[in-house]
Design a protein around this ligand. Structure first.
Ligand SMILES: NCCC[C@H](NC(=O)CCC(=O)O)C(=O)O
Ligand SMILES: NC(=O)OP(=O)(O)O
Length: 325
């Protein structure tokens, strides 16, 4: 693997999943791979799971890490080309990324969208700039439009819960429903885009996306998914319910004020096939999902967050394995 910016950097999802399950079963078996290696992590936006699970993943592989919260830990970075830097910005991204990539063997980067200009966000201008300046392979820690480490952890989680066997795939397809849910802020589409992009490619999953009208995702990520608008109907017989808020793609960045009844409650979970509740976290309790669901056995959000270690470890493993010094 040369980089990890989307599912398109994965040659074979089944193989990668198999590797992840092996790594999870024996997490310290590959410490030669990380020997004398450093994984650098740059965050332009906040993080709990991605930051800590990446550090743990590197540790499991015998690698070192450093973390930089760009903007708060370092000089204020200038992003614009040709800027006369006589104002508040102190260092240009052109030098900063070249320098940081000299200090590591893999560079993880988080950049959220601004949710103002759809073209700017969907062209991944910021992320691609970092990628073009880096002298080492780049891993997405969530970009403006995608969060592949999260989607891969979600796949590992579902595989575990169904006792997935790569040699004998499930006879009956597993029904996975991604449902839009309410939120007080306008959030990116990165997590749902990425989940859709991964799960549309998994041949043992029957994948539905349900959302209010006007909240359809970019169709380039949802090819193969069933697109629905009636939440109760979509939840029927679901084996996994993946809740997430996202702002509108069509009316770019707009929120939906009027749909509080899309909250995932136990009443809604009772429509499913003993379905499990999933969310990438952080989650707003009693807005996105009720306490009753989150505090019950139906919720597998902690398993998902735990598997963030193994999605990151598998990706670092695949990138570093050809570089043993
Ligand atoms: N990394 C996982 C999700 C990050 C982000 N959530 C948030 O910003 C939630 C913030 C809040 O609840 O105010 C998102 O939806 O893309
Ligand atoms: N799920 C996730 O990416 O969490 P953080 O934003 O806390 O890293």
């Amino acid at each position: 693997m040369k980089q990890f910016t989307s599912v398109n950097d994965v040659q074979n999802i089944d193989e990668l999943l198999k590797t992840a399950l092996e790594i999870k079963a024996n997490p310290y078996a590959q410490q030669e791979i990380g020997k004398n290696k450093t994984i650098g992590l740059i965050f332009f936006n906040p993080s709990l799971r991605t930051r800590l699970s990446s550090i743990k993943a590197a540790y499991n592989l015998g690698a070192n890490t450093w973390v930089l919260n760009a903007g708060s830990d370092s000089w204020t970075l200038e992003m614009g080309d040709g800027t006369v830097m006589d104002g508040d910005t102190q260092e240009h991204i052109n030098e900063a990324i070249r320098v940081m990539s000299a200090y590591c063997d893999v560079l993880g980067v988080r950049t959220f969208p601004k949710l103002v200009d759809r073209d700017e966000d969907y062209q991944e201008i910021m992320f691609n700039k970092v990628k073009s300046l880096s002298s080492v392979p780049v891993v997405s820690l969530e970009s403006a439009t995608l969060h592949p480490l999260q989607s891969f952890a979600d796949l590992i989680t579902i595989a575990e819960k169904i006792n997935y066997n790569p040699a004998a795939k499930p006879e009956k397809k597993i029904k996975v429903v991604m449902t839009w849910a309410p939120h007080p802020r306008r959030l990116p589409q990165a997590v749902p885009n990425s989940f859709a992009e991964w799960f549309s490619k998994v041949d043992w999953v029957d994948f539905t996306i349900v959302q209010p009208k006007g909240f359809e995702l970019d169709s380039k990520f949802t090819e193969g998914a069933t697109i629905a608008y009636d939440q109760d109907e979509a939840l029927k017989d679901a084996d996994f319910v993946y809740a997430k808020n996202w702002s509108s793609y069509e009316n770019y960045g707009q929120a939906n004020e009027g749909d509080k009844d899309w909250q995932v409650t136990m009443e809604k979970m009772n429509l499913t096939n003993n379905g499990k509740f999933m969310h990438c976290l952080p989650v707003r309790r009693n807005v996105v999902v009720s306490d009753e669901v989150l505090d019950s056995d139906v919720s597998i959000v902690i398993d998902e967050a735990t598997n963030r270690i193994f999605s990151a470890q598998t990706v670092f493993h695949e990138i570093l394995k050809n570089k043993i010094k």
